[in-house]
Design a binder for this molecule. Structure first.
Ligand code: FFO
Ligand code: ATP
Length: 207
């Protein structure tokens, strides 16, 4: 099976997995907010892109609120008419509009920003930082642009149940640098550092 086919089949299973995790712990977003290490904001802030949760995604809003109170400038993704994704400045109470695929998103008139810390929704991730999303490549393309232009830190947000041993990777996949679940941090860049040396048999530890 090609990696693309594998990913399509995986996505269906992963959606079910995430729905189950969400049903078991609907308040996981609150727990996640309390476990998020503020040193990530200190090192990689201040412009933090979050998202408005759809379906069974873990709710990042409690975390975004906490980070804003700590001085973060928040942003949200916006799908543009040309199919690209931009990030726009946002804070609680800023106007939103209906976008494609049932998304709520900032208006075209909102300021475009380059986030330094991107909190990413996902269907699943693994200890090497491979992430699977909805398969439209929005985050992959946008992150690759941001990484070419300068420094950006990619942090996946999800349920612990969404962390799998190993996901199929494709060359265009933009790896996560870190992930946070309701159980704590998964510092992926350390695993990447270890990859060339001792292999990845130790597995990621959710601290
Ligand atoms: N909350 C959130 N916002 C986001 C994303 C995301 O994954 N999550 N995106 C990430 O790229 C971008 C939007 N891209 C998207 C691409 C595909 C689908 C999609 O296939 N949606 C399903 C329904 C999902 C559900 O209910 O769980 C659909 O339309 O059938 C949604 C958003 C930007 N904003
Ligand atoms: N940097 C890029 N440039 C051009 N096309 C890209 C790039 N990154 C991804 N794509 C395209 O986007 C499509 C979806 O990619 P992929 O399946 O990896 O998405 P995903 O990582 O699951 O989720 P998400 O949509 O959230 O990024 C692929 O067909 C791929 O060719």
């Amino acid at each position: 099976m090609s990696t693309g086919d594998e990913k399509a089949a995986l996505r269906r299973e992963l959606k079910t997995l995430r729905e189950e995790a969400h049903a078991r712990d609907p308040d996981a977003g609150e727990t996640l907010a309390s476990k998020f290490p503020l040193k990530l904001l200190e090192r990689y802030g201040p412009v933090v892109a979050g998202y408005l949760p759809i379906g069974s995604e873990i709710d990042p809003l409690p975390l975004m609120e906490r980070l804003e109170a700590e001085g973060a400038k928040l942003a949200l993704p916006r799908l543009e008419t040309d199919g690209s994704m931009t990030f726009r400045a946002w804070s609680q109470g800023t106007d939103l509009e209906d976008g494609p695929m049932g998304l709520r998103q900032p208006l075209e008139s909102a300021d475009t920003v380059d986030p330094t810390l991107v909190l990413m929704p996902l269907l699943a991730f693994d200890g090497m930082g491979v992430r699977i999303g909805y398969g439209k490549g929005h985050y992959d393309r946008t992150l690759s642009g941001l990484r070419e232009d300068g420094r950006v830190f990619a942090c996946g947000l999800g349920f612990h149940a969404q962390m799998l041993d190993e996901l199929p990777a494709e060359p265009h996949d933009q790896p996560l640098d870190w992930a946070v679940t309701e159980r704590g941090s998964v510092p992926i860049f350390m695993m990447r550092t270890f990859k060339g040396g001792g292999g990845r048999d130790d597995g990621p530890g959710a601290a």
